[in-house]
Design a protein around this ligand. Structure first.
Ligand SMILES: Cc1ncc(COP(=O)(O)O)c(C=O)c1O
Length: 448
């Protein structure tokens, strides 16, 4: 956007340097807006959607955003004291404890190792709010943040525009596997220039839909241990776990890597960012949690350390959002008290998305088109196709104009491809979606 009206009105001259630099990224919102108006198959939307009958027995086939009745029903019975007063800055104490228990349940066999590391989670306005808090607390202007080269577009506004730090990437895959060596090299190069490094790990990934296979987890942890030993400097690992739990391949890691990073090395500080948007299918709830995994062997009183970290976080929360919405915290606390039921309901959505992911893979497996390469995916809400010889934006434009299919293109640097949000495409439409993509690439390649 050129902001012509702002310039003409003179308001641009009133803006701060930050005000001048900030804008909504064109990518996802632009293509979602187009798809809403023009597409019959909309693979742009990052929320799980489909016929209500797929998740609720006996419900109609009407399309809905998938939800969990055992979360939503708690709103009806909330008392005024559960909704009206301000919530404490870092969240309702009982919710913080319940979320801690939820993390311990999620880490499964690693419980014993993780428990002593775990701080009390701080409630945040979604994973987005948690990312912002972590960035504010750990990043300086001009510092480098390391990330694989497919990443959620919002990271650049949080890290670059808000903080003035810089994201530097390494190629996500090397010979079809997570690029360990690339990650190590980029971290070591970064640590050669600055006293610490921050690594973003988002598994299951947006936009790739990749979660590491189980046999890759220890090599990733080992690679990070080698980095901090070799550099003699610490790293902070931000685990963006927005899509935790949505894994469709039994050979893949079924939990976050956060647990494996806890106490891996005294110079590795993992921070877990969770959110109810996807975990409890409640995007509008705007609630998340930020949790430190403090290594053992720090020669300090843990309780005092927790209080001091809470104080720092509290300072940021108080001066930005003040506190998070109390009614949602009250309802989520109740839902966490009936977790088995919540998870049983969520499994229906996981199963629906798993069927879509497998069908998508099967349909792409039939395609023999040198310009199209599906990146490895086994989890999450999205998959990503690298495209050669046809600019991704042009492909997305042609797809929507001729085939009425909406996808989100990604073009820049060495990346040229499309993100497919299978979370919002019913199974019956998936063969048409893949055929449309193939035909659109052929059309454009012929005319090139
Ligand atoms: C990788 C990633 N992190 C974080 C978020 C935001 O999560 P929340 O709704 O909890 O702010 C998203 C949502 O699209 C995402 O894709």
């Amino acid at each position: 956007m050129e902001f012509e009206a702002l310039k003409k009105s003179g308001i641009t001259n009133l803006l701060s340097a930050f005000g001048k630099s900030i804008s909504l990224p064109q990518g996802i919102f632009y293509w979602t807006g187009r798809a809403k108006k023009e597409a019959t198959i909309d693979a742009t939307i990052g929320s799980a959607q489909g016929p209500e009958s797929e998740i609720i027995a006996g419900a109609p086939d009407k399309a809905v955003t998938f939800y969990l009745p055992s979360v939503q029903r708690h709103f009806a019975g909330l008392k005024s004291e559960e909704t009206v007063p301000y919530a404490p800055m870092l969240g309702l104490p009982d919710l913080r404890k319940a979320w801690r228990d939820w993390i311990l349940r999620k880490v499964g066999p690693l419980r014993e190792r993780v428990e002593p590391c775990l701080c009390l989670p701080a409630v945040t306005p979604g994973v987005t709010g948690g990312l912002f808090l972590a960035a504010k607390l750990f990043l300086d202007k001009d510092e480098v943040v390391v990330s694989p080269d497919r990443l959620w577009e919002n990271y650049s506004n949080i890290v670059e525009r808000h903080i003035g730090a810089r994201i530097e990437t390494f190629p996500f895959f090397e010979a079809g596997r997570f690029n360990l060596k690339g990650m190590q090299r980029k971290l070591l190069d970064t640590l050669a220039q600055q006293p610490k490094a921050l690594l973003m790990l988002n598994f299951p990934n947006n936009p790739v839909g990749f979660n590491p296979p189980q046999d890759m987890v220890q090599p990733i942890v080992q690679a990070l241990i080698e980095v901090v030993e070799q550099a003699g400097k610490p790293i902070v690992v931000l685990c963006d776990d927005a899509y935790e739990g949505y894994v469709y391949d039994p050979a893949a890691l079924q939990r976050s890597m956060f647990g494996d990073l806890c106490d891996a090395h005294r110079r590795i500080l993992p921070i877990k960012l969770d959110g109810i948007s996807k975990e409890f299918l409640f995007y509008g709830g705007r609630l998340g949690c930020l949790t430190f995994g403090l290594p053992s062997g720090l020669d300090v009183d843990r309780k005092t350390l927790q209080e001091e970290l809470d104080n720092k976080l509290g300072g940021i929360v108080r001066s930005t959002v003040s506190n998070c919405t109390r009614p949602v915290q009250s309802a989520i606390l109740k839902a966490l008290g009936q977790l088995d039921q919540v998870l049983a309901e969520r499994q229906r959505t996981v199963d629906v998305l798993g069927r879509r992911a497998n069908l998508l893979k099967a349909e792409f497996a039939k395609v023999d088109l040198p310009q199209l390469k599906l990146l490895p995916f086994n989890a999450g809400f999205f998959c990503f196709c690298d495209v050669e010889g046809v600019p991704a934006n042009k492909l997305a434009e042609h797809l929507i104009a001729k085939y009425k299919i909406g996808v989100v293109p990604s073009e820049g640097g060495k990346i040229n491809g499309i993100r497919i949000a299978f979370c919002s495409v019913p199974e019956k439409d998936i063969p048409t979606l893949v055929n449309g993509i193939v035909s659109a690439i052929k059309d454009l390649a012929e005319n090139a």
